[in-house]
Unconditional design. Structure first.
Length: 207
């Protein structure tokens, strides 16, 4: 989630969304907690009420440096299934560029109201025409060089991303997980407001 080619970067956008959700819960007098993960649990804050809890969550999201570099949604969802006993609203903030997490996500969705918030950088959706670039993967430490101006590469990239996004949306809908995708450069407040208004209307109508 640390990748980014424009401001704000994905990690900063995630922090903003978490702050918005946390203080929204605070205004509703709801409990709020946090699970931060890499390929292992990095931080767990049990659900609590209060402004101090919201501030603690925001501080950890902004400043906690993960011990591990890789990412595993499987591990995070397995932990959530184990630790969450009462029915809850669960927000999953991730780029969802992972695999093997389908079963624990389905189990989580059967017990809780799950909302998937995917945060992507613009370059993860559309390859920029910027000539030869070096792409560094902070999770693996690998560096890849590619000519982003090649039209064939741009077209193949967009087709692949489009198929991946369609599959993700379809898979989430199948297990009744609400889904929204946020671009790191877009206004998340407007997008989330529209999303939650549509969700409330749908739930009111029993769909």
């Amino acid at each position: 989630m640390r990748f980014g080619t424009v401001q704000p970067k994905k990690q900063e956008r995630v922090a903003e969304v978490i702050a918005l959700l946390s203080f929204s819960a605070l205004s509703n007098n709801d409990k709020v907690g946090l699970i931060m993960f890499s390929d292992q649990l990095e931080k767990y804050l049990p659900p609590r009420k209060g402004r101090n809890k919201a501030l603690e969550i925001l501080r950890d999201v902004l400043y906690l440096e993960p011990v591990h570099k890789n990412t595993s949604l499987l591990q995070a969802l397995t932990f959530a299934n184990h630790i969450l006993k009462k029915r809850s609203v669960v927000f999953i903030l991730s780029d969802f560029m992972d695999s093997g997490y389908d079963k624990p996500l389905e189990i989580l969705a059967q017990k809780h109201d799950v909302i998937a918030i995917q945060v992507l950088d613009e370059a993860e959706l559309r390859l920029p025409d910027a000539g030869v670039l070096s792409l560094y993967d902070p999770e693996t430490g690998d560096t890849l060089y590619c000519n982003t101006s090649a039209k064939s590469l741009q077209n193949n990239y967009e087709v692949r991303v489009s198929k991946q996004q369609e599959k993700l949306a379809k898979d989430l809908a199948k297990i009744k997980v609400d889904y929204i995708m946020l671009r790191s450069m877009d206004s998340h407040i407007k997008a989330l407001r529209t999303f939650f208004e549509q969700r409330r209307r749908r739930l009111r109508e029993g769909r």
